[in-house]
Design a protein. Structure first.
Length: 136
């Protein structure tokens, strides 16, 4: 599983322009990468898993942009996944805060949809482990 970049003039015919993000052999995201949100600074959140057996147990990682001449266009930020959640979406709000939406895994391996409000007064989530804001 990889994330590709494509454009369309009409939503029916698409031109694939290349791969944006791929998994890393031997890593927590080896089986695949699925982009879930693009942050205003160009970084992106993505879901990954190490193997087919980890289906339903994806984790969220952070990827940073590379040169437009490079393929893939994003590279995972070094380290472990940043959260044991999946489908993370980050919505900037007009007041400068953010609304987070994600699925959190429960002890019985089911998932529940959660949302968090990160106010503009709080330190924005860095998703690299250095934030003092609560993390999912």
């Amino acid at each position: 599983m990889t994330t590709a970049y494509a454009t369309s003039q009409d939503g029916l015919r698409w031109q694939r322009l290349g791969t944006v993000l791929t998994g890393r052999p031997g890593s927590w995201d080896a089986r695949g990468t699925r982009l879930t949100s693009v942050l205003p600074d160009g970084r992106a959140c993505y879901d990954g898993r190490a193997s087919a057996a980890e289906n339903w147990r994806e984790r969220t990682g952070l990827a940073a942009p590379r040169s437009l001449d490079d393929s893939p266009l994003l590279t995972p930020v070094a380290g472990s996944p940043v959260a044991d959640v999946r489908y993370l979406d980050v919505l900037p709000l007009p007041n400068g805060g953010h609304r987070l939406f994600y699925e959190a895994r429960l002890p019985d391996d089911s998932h529940e949809l959660r949302t968090e409000l990160v106010s503009h007064a709080a330190k924005p989530p860095s998703l690299d482990g250095s934030s003092t804001a609560p993390r999912p």
